[in-house]
Ligand binder design. Structure first.
Ligand SMILES: Nc1nc2c(c(=O)[nH]1)N[C@H]1C(S)=C(S)[C@@H](COP(=O)(O)OP(=O)(O)OC[C@H]3O[C@@H](n4cnc5c(=O)[nH]c(N)nc54)[C@H](O)[C@@H]3O)O[C@H]1N2
Ligand SMILES: Nc1nc2c(c(=O)[nH]1)N[C@H]1C(S)=C(S)[C@@H](COP(=O)(O)OP(=O)(O)OC[C@H]3O[C@@H](n4cnc5c(=O)[nH]c(N)nc54)[C@H](O)[C@@H]3O)O[C@H]1N2
Ligand code: SF4
Ligand SMILES: [Mo]
Length: 735
């Protein structure tokens, strides 16, 4: 695994982009782009925003002689502040990927067998519309579901809602930030949302529990983290693995995996017992502090020590350190919170610890986000579905406020509460994103229609009946980015270059499909430019300015209590709920309580995973520029453990999980930087889709080994850090 400094990356990226363009120019897929743009000479720039992850940084794309040249940060953009992360800079590689999907495909043989015919867009859309109508007449429109991730899915959502289905879901809830947002909602009445409303820049003490900023490259957070470090903020990192963030920390707590709730309870115990909390804030805004204090009284540092492996003196020292800087003490809420099944309650404990610090609504803590007011384009009201969503029957998960992907999958398998017969999958590689891929495959076998919209022949595309090739983000318009953030702004994504083959943008596909379904009234506009410019003009802004600058910023507004933001907490009591009556009524712990996580079989290691700083999920491993930097993952193994077993860095091994699933081969990284009871790899590698020629068989897939998951009883999140593996030396390539 290579970790590059930013400076080194920037030096390399120019050269690799050039190399990539040269390679691409020799390949078939870009030759037509070159032919159509040959006439263009000189340099031009187009302002747009990035799509290599969901942070949506403002970017300036450079075109030289008609060819995409490079992408940089847009200095006018408050998310990027003129600087992209390595993935955003390497994003241009997506355009030069010679394995891109080029034309619509219809499957010729059984689902999962790789045989396709290229069809015209009209044939593809007619085929899809006919099958949707058939599902509608046999089962009702609700039996068509949409999985979609990212802003590009907005128009497909519109078409599916117009068709009459409420079953629309993204992995960002039940596989990512869902438990966190539920835990914070139960406490403060509001979500942390995305971009996170964390004032990292002004934090004087920053506590990172897992959140591996610096590997997790969400741009603004990483920039602010660097600022905080530069300002001398006290950093406390809790992680079984010595992360990049840990290397910046004053205190590093190598916790036993799965025991964070015990640590947080012990911290709160110290802070309450020693009266270190913000008493005025708690008295003014808190509800149920007395029963809360009584409930956490048994959780002393001495109690937490054998659970967490963190010494009582260190627990006390870090609790006091946090209290010293309050309210500018930010216990980061994390993002990928689906870990052990107690995740909403662990997140609630993080929320409560922040409440004790008085950091919610305060500088260096959590701000109140603001946004620009851009009215929707007027379209007819959606039909009211005659059935409720399938994902959460009888409100089994009472605090799920978004749709649960795995609930839709479950209904597709069981046919209950009603059958799901059609899936649209937009920009989400469900075989990597959902735990237990066999369940996803079983569900897909029950479908009458599976449409995948992707840019490359991903694993999920391999299962589709119809594959629709999308233009990449640098070749299309998308919905406006009207984000809730520190300051209001609106950003535009617009085409920089043309698509090289027969790829189309999502808005065109969703509109054309709606028209085929007789739902043309929902698309009263001619094209994306008309749609977007109407919205902008109706909001009283200049379309020409937005096209030129890529961004329009609004006036700064108050974002903290002491700047005049009213301290309102939309919970049932209107206060910060130290004790939660709604949880109690629903049969859950009103104050978080700790339960020890289950261990694994003897001789096994808990499988942990995270991010590579230069890759996004499973979507960038075929990108020539990013693969040039990190082209495989490695399995981190504690150095002593490796030594005892005779495994050396660079040795090939396979991992076998508790259910007998064996991974692709992967190289060992023997390191002091991880505890002996777990192993670690970055997510997204180990591709099996054979048309992803660059990514195929490189590294191993954590997703493949995640056959087991624990479900959060509050909100249905699927916790994935509950798998265990053994390690076996190997010489041969598997998979
Ligand atoms: N480069 C890059 N950046 C990204 C993304 C990407 O794909 N690539 N994806 C973005 C998205 S959507 C998300 S949700 C975030 C995810 O990023 P985070 O929210 O930061 O995800 P975590 O799961 O908290 O991070 C994994 C870390 O948790 C540690 N860990 C594992 N188990 C435990 C435990 O029991 N206790 C503790 N304390 N730590 C543990 C791991 O060792 C690892 O360092 O990243 C975002 N940023
Ligand atoms: N095992 C495991 N599972 C996880 C995680 C993990 O770390 N480990 N992380 C979880 C988290 S935090 C999240 S947020 C989710 C993320 O889950 P997803 O958002 O599903 O992430 P990807 O696996 O990257 O799948 C994205 C798919 O979209 C395609 N794509 C890329 N660009 C475009 C485009 O412009 N248009 C279209 N139509 N398609 C495009 C890619 O080729 C790819 O097939 O996964 C969750 N699941
Ligand atoms: S954080 Fe990086 S990949 Fe994500 S939008 Fe920003 S520049 Fe793009
Ligand atoms: Mo995520």
């Amino acid at each position: 695994m290579t970790t590059l400094s930013r400076r080194k990356f920037l030096k390399i990226s120019g050269a690799t982009v050039a190399a990539a363009s040269a390679v691409a120019a020799a390949g078939r897929s870009v030759s037509s782009a070159i032919a159509t743009t040959n006439v263009e000479r000189g340099d031009r720039t187009v302002a747009t925003y990035c799509d290599i992850c969901f942070w949506k940084c403002g970017a300036i794309a450079h075109v030289r002689d008609g060819k995409l040249w490079k992408v940089e940060g847009n200095p006018l953009d408050p998310l990027s502040n003129g600087r992209l992360c390595p993935r955003g800079t390497g994003g241009v590689g997506a355009a030069f990927d010679t394995d891109r999907l080029r034309a619509p495909l219809i499957r010729r043989r059984d689902r999962g067998e790789d045989e396709w015919v290229e069809v015209t867009w009209d044939e593809a859309m007619t085929y899809i519309a006919e099958r949707m109508q058939k599902i509608k007449s046999s089962y009702g429109p609700e039996s068509v579901a949409l999985f979609s991730h990212g802003i590009g899915g907005n128009f497909f959502k519109h078409t599916i809602k117009a068709f009459g289905s409420p079953n629309i879901s993204a992995p960002s809830f039940a596989q990512c930030r869902g438990p966190r947002d539920v835990g914070f909602r139960l406490t403060f009445g509001e979500d942390v949302s995305s971009p996170e409303r964390t004032d990292i820049r002004n934090a004087q003490c920053l506590v990172l529990i897992g959140s591996h900023l610096g590997e997790n490259m969400h741009n603004t957070q990483v920039q602010e983290f660097a600022d905080a470090v530069g300002n001398g903020a006290s950093i406390i990192v809790v992680d079984p693995r010595y992360s990049i963030a840990a290397s910046k920390a004053k205190y590093y707590l190598p916790i036993k995996p799965g025991t964070d709730l015990a640590l947080i309870l012990a911290w709160m115990n110290v802070i309450v017992a020693e009266k270190l909390y913000d008493a005025e804030y708690v008295a003014m805004y808190g509800f149920g502090f007395e029963p809360f204090a009584a409930s956490i009284a048994p959780y002393t540092p001495e109690w937490a020590y054998p659970e967490t492996g963190i010494e009582p003196a260190l627990i006390r020292a870090t609790a006091r350190e946090m209290a010293r800087y309050r309210p500018a003490t930010l216990i980061h809420p994390g993002r990928h919170a689906t870990w052990y099944g107690d995740d909403a309650q662990r997140s609630r404990a993080i929320a409560l610890l922040n409440a004790l610090m008085g950091s919610w609504g305060r500088k260096g803590g959590f701000y109140a986000p603001v946004s620009m007011d851009v009215p929707a384009y007027p379209t007819p009201p959606y039909p009211t579905p005659s059935k409720l969503k399938v994902d959460n029957p009888d409100h089994k998960y009472p605090f799920a406020h978004e749709t649960i992907t795995t609930g839709i999958r479950e209904a597709t398998i069981t046919g209950k509460p009603y059958p799901i017969k059609g899936w649209f999958v937009y920009a989400t590689n469900l075989l990597h994103a959902l735990p237990n891929e066999q369940e996803t495959i079983r569900a897909m076998q029950n479908l009458d229609l599976l449409v995948v919209i992707d840019v490359i022949p991903s694993e999920i595309a391999g299962w589709a009946d119809v594959v629709l090739p999308e233009s990449i983000y640098l070749e299309r318009h998308d919905e406006l980015n009207v984000e809730w953030f520190r300051e209001p702004f609106v950003a535009l994504r617009q085409p920089v270059v043309e698509s090289p083959n027969d790829q189309k943008p999502n808005w065109w596909m969703a509109k054309t499909l709606a028209e085929k379904l007789g739902l043309g009234a929902y698309y009263p506009w001619k094209n994306a430019e008309e749609y977007l410019s109407t919205r902008i003009t109706n909001a009283g802004m200049s379309w020409e300015q937005l096209k030129k600058d890529g961004i329009i910023r609004g006036e700064k507004r108050p974002i903290f209590f002491d700047e005049g933001v009213p301290a309102e907490f939309p919970t049932p009591t209107g206060k910060i709920e130290f004790f939660s009556v709604q949880l109690q009524k629903a049969g859950f712990d009103p104050v978080p309580m700790y339960k020890r996580p289950e261990g694994g079989p003897p001789g096994s290691f808990r499988l942990l995973y995270g991010r590579s700083p230069v890759h996004s999920f499973s979507r960038t491993q075929n990108n020539p520029v990013l693969m040039d930097m990190v082209d495989e993952n490695m399995v981190w193994v504690n150095a002593d453990v490796a030594d005892r077993n005779g495994w050396k860095t660079g040795d090939w091994v396979v991992l076998r999980n508790q259910d007998g699933v064996v991974s692709n081969r992967i190289k060992v990284l023997a390191t002091e930087r991880i505890r002996p009871d777990c192993v670690y790899m970055v997510h997204g590698f180990g591709h099996t889709a054979k048309h992803l020629r660059r990514a195929l068989g490189r590294g191993a897939s954590d997703s493949q080994l995640i056959t087991r998951y624990a479900v959060d009883p509050l909100m249905g999140g699927t916790a994935m850090n509950v798998n265990f593996v053994t390690i076996e030396a190997t010489e041969v390539a598997h998979g």
